[in-house]
Design a protein around this ligand. Structure first.
Ligand SMILES: [Zn+2]
Length: 246
């Protein structure tokens, strides 16, 4: 429905600047991922050699990866945005994650439907990206895969998103500690990739939990209803990269 309205507005020349911004790229037709590299400032989408997502698989070179230490106790979601590409939950600046002598701020999380990364060939129905940024602007994304199963009562804290009008935002004040959403088992995969949306910037440190979490069928359907269908970029070539896991 949203796409039809957008197409109608564009054909009538009614696009506002906000709407025009949202039509620069997408997942279908002329805006599809294979054309992102033609966008201004997004050449990396086509020319980059360490792009994301990828197909993840277990390597035989298991490594002692660093333990994950979160400092999310005061994480507060201040805004929920339907930006036309995903549903995005913005945090205030009080939560950090320290990894390999660098401190990253938790910035936002958003969702892809279905998952962007595949794990040993399996594609989960949802993938959540918790985006972190360091003072030097380097990015680290923690990916959480969602499979259908038991309902998740902590997820219900986010239910205000169901009141969101398409292509709009809502100011909120929701104490939300992502550690309560992350799987109990912190075993993970790590590789160096990119943002999975334009400008597809490299490098991004990717940490992907091996264990998926569960949401109920209804919860997955609710969140999917607010996401553009198939907002997942196709998997990219691995090239010479190494995927580590513990
Ligand atoms: Zn993402």
């Amino acid at each position: 429905m949203r796409k039809n309205i957008l197409a109608l507005c564009l054909s009538l020349g009614l696009a506002t600047s906000a709407m025009a911004e949202q039509t620069h790229w997408g997942y279908q037709g002329d805006n599809a991922p294979e054309n992102w590299g033609n966008l201004p400032d997004a050449q990396t989408c086509a020319s980059g050699k360490t792009q994301s997502p990828i197909d993840i698989f277990d390597s035989k070179n298991n490594k002692q990866l660093p333990a994950l230490k979160f400092n999310y106790q005061h994480a507060d979601i201040k805004q929920i945005i339907d930006n036309g590409h995903s549903l995005q939950f913005n945090f205030d600046a009080n939560s950090t994650f320290s990894y390999e002598n660098k401190t990253y701020k938790l910035v936002q999380f958003h969702a892809h439907e279905p998952a962007e990364h595949t794990i040993n060939g399996v594609r989960y129905p949802l993938e959540l990206h918790f985006v972190h940024q360091a003072a030097d602007h380097s990015n680290l994304v923690i990916a959480v895969f969602v499979q259908e199963g038991k309902e998740n009562s902590y997820f219900e804290k986010l239910s205000v998103f169901k009141q969101l009008v398409k292509n709009s935002s809502e100011n909120t004040d929701i104490l939300f500690n992502p550690e309560h959403i992350y799987p109990k088992n912190h075993s993970y995969y790590r590789y160096t990739g990119s943002l999975t949306t334009p400008p597809c910037s490299e490098p991004v440190t990717w940490i992907l939990f091996r264990q998926p979490i569960t949401l109920s069928k209804d919860e997955i359907e609710e969140i999917s209803h607010y996401l553009p269908k198939n907002n997942n970029r196709p998997v990219q070539p691995l090239n010479n990269r190494i995927i580590e896991n513990n």
